[in-house]
Ligand binder design. Structure first.
Ligand code: DX5
Ligand code: ZN
Length: 230
């Protein structure tokens, strides 16, 4: 079985208690913190920047932080995120004038680099730069908001991306972002994804009685993933 990673998107967390929310979701078994950066320019929403990433590190978060940049331009902010403790930095090729340069910049800053593909964006962007890519992120919704429905065509695109990655012979993660729920994570994994962003499915699963009830949703994701290939 692939080394599956579950990456809750803190976009759906309670920002007033962010450190605690991240602690709880990691304690519940999540692997990676997905960090959505929106600029009200590339996408019509505005969220969090390097200061918040740095604050999570200072709070004591040691898990990988997966910074998903939905900003334009991209390059200016990359060193700031690297200094703030980002592990992965991914960006949308449409948002950079020089995709190869941006990928190199991320790696030179000591982070894992990745490209993000909107639902209508072709995987062709990978062709000439795959040697500089550590992670491929397929959007299964249009970027900008949590809580949208998974676009089923993403399953075909995942299969295509999986073939490209396997043919490259490189160790590249295939991540999916948007509308991932307990009832569709199995088919998403079977299509080739090995890293799963889930925002509303995780942070919406909290019960009033127990601040730590992310346990049950993370366990439900793992139980589905255990069925892959069976
Ligand atoms: C959307 C973000 C996602 C979002 C996913 O632009 O990139 O990470 O938070 O949220 P859900 O899981 O609620 O679709
Ligand atoms: Zn995201």
């Amino acid at each position: 079985m692939p080394d599956f990673k579950i990456a809750p998107s803190i976009l759906s967390a309670d920002f007033a208690r962010l450190g605690e929310e991240v602690d709880n979701v990691l304690k519940s078994g999540a692997d990676v913190v997905h960090f959505d950066v929106m600029d009200n320019h590339y996408v019509p929403n505005l969220t969090i920047g390097p200061l918040v990433c740095d604050a999570l590190r200072k709070h004591g978060v040691t898990a990988d932080i997966d910074v998903h940049l939905m900003v334009k331009p991209v390059d200016r902010i990359i060193p700031d995120f690297a200094a703030a403790g980002a592990s992965y930095i991914t960006f949308h090729p449409e948002a950079s004038d020089h995709v190869d340069r941006t990928l190199q910049l991320i790696q030179n800053e000591g982070c894992k680099s990745g490209l993000v593909f909107n639902p209508a964006t072709s995987l062709d962007h990978l062709k000439h730069v795959i040697d500089k890519v550590d992670i491929v992120l397929l959007m299964s919704v249009n970027p900008g908001f949590g809580g949208q429905s998974f676009i089923p065509e993403t399953l075909n695109k995942l299969r295509e991306a999986r073939k490209i990655i396997d043919a490259s012979g490189r160790d590249i993660r295939l991540e999916v972002d948007g509308g991932v729920k307990v009832d569709n994570i199995l088919e998403i994994a079977e299509a080739g994804a090995d890293m799963f962003v889930a925002g509303s499915a995780v942070f919406g699963a909290k019960s009033e009685s127990d601040a730590n009830t992310y346990d049950s949703v993370i366990a439900a994701f793992r139980a589905e993933l255990a069925k892959v290939g069976k």
